[in-house]
Ligand binder design. Structure first.
Ligand code: FAD
Length: 286
């Protein structure tokens, strides 16, 4: 029957979880609660963002080291190159390798205001990291096109350069229609891009923040999603969480049916929704 069929598709699912370095004592507690709750699901790795131009690299490093030593889950720092010299980046990469880090999410980072080009793009960072050591490198991909790219083809060729420089996977920007991801995966395959394309899943807990963030990143928020939140009490967080979980579950279920086996979760340091979606995907703590 339909349920059994869909459950049998949910095998060999791999997940990864993304966190950001906490800024306050309370956010710190939320982060570690979430890391501990999600670690038993045995994710392939947990990644930690780095705010380009923010000088918080040390905090990313601290969280990554602590995840790896306290949970045994592989931890992957995000590394941006927009605000560092080649020499600095090589030094950081060497330090990470010596600390037992084997995976890095390699990014350019957003350009500071008023700047419209940079010496190093993400593809250059991938090549630089590969010169230092044999890291396993993930990069970013944009199903709805990066806001600065002149067109989709240009952006796709950029992704291809990142693959040729030595990346092995690409995590996508978040999206809400499964079709958007599937079409992008097809275009990447047709362009001969040899990367595992991993959907970036954003379980929505805050609709207003989402709408703002989507606007900044060229992500289309479909009409059905706006409708879903229409008329909902601002303080009704329970219903908001249930809706967010339901949307992400529908998307991941469709993708799993289409053969997607790896999922990356933008947890925003929260565990509840990601945990429930992973459970639905067949993952069990143990
Ligand atoms: P690139 O791949 O270098 O591309 C950037 C733009 O430049 C694209 O439009 C591309 O088409 C264009 N381009 C590439 N090469 C050239 C060239 N030679 N000449 C002209 N144009 C070129 N940001 C952070 O600050 N910290 C994080 O931790 C972080 N994590 C992220 C994780 C994921 C999964 C994703 C999807 C994004 C993340 N970002 C993060 C945001 C990211 O840094 C921005 O989207 C940034 O603007 C682009 O980074 P990129 O690595 O995609 O850049």
């Amino acid at each position: 029957d339909a349920l059994n069929n869909s459950l049998s598709e949910l095998r060999n699912i791999n997940v990864s979880f993304e966190f950001f370095p906490p800024k306050t004592e309370q956010m710190e507690q939320t982060l570690w609660h979430s890391v501990k709750r999600l670690a038993p699901l045995k994710p392939a790795y947990m990644s930690v963002t780095y705010g380009a131009n923010s000088g918080e690299r040390d905090r990313t490093h601290d969280v990554v080291k602590r995840i790896q030593t306290e949970t045994g889950v592989a931890a992957a720092p995000h590394l941006t190159c927009v605000d560092a010299s080649r020499e600095e980046l090589k030094q950081i990469a060497q330090d990470y390798w010596q600390a037992g880090i084997r995976k890095i999410v390699a990014l350019r980072g957003d350009l500071p205001k008023g700047v419209d080009k940079t010496e190093l793009y993400a593809a250059d960072l991938v090549a630089l990291l590969k010169e230092v050591a044999d890291f396993d490198i993930a990069v970013a991909a944009y199903p709805e096109i990066h806001p600065e790219a002149p067109n989709g083809q240009f952006d796709l060729l950029n992704l291809k350069r990142k693959a040729e420089a030595g990346a092995t996977s690409a995590i996508t920007q978040f999206f809400f229609d499964a079709e958007v991801f599937l079409r992008f995966r097809d275009r990447a395959a047709a362009a001969g891009i040899d990367l595992e394309i991993i959907p970036g899943i954003l379980p929505v807990t805050n609709y207003n923040t989402l709408v703002r963030f989507a606007g900044m990143t060229n992500v289309h928020v479909p009409g059905w999603l706006h409708k879903m939140y229409e008329g909902l009490d601002d303080n009704d967080q329970t219903t908001r969480n249930l809706l967010g979980a339901s949307i992400a579950m529908d998307t991941t279920r469709i993708l799993a049916k289409e053969g997607v086996r790896n999922f990356h979760f933008y947890t925003l340091n929260r565990c509840e929704l990601s945990y429930a979606i992973c459970h639905m995907l067949g993952l069990r703590a143990g």
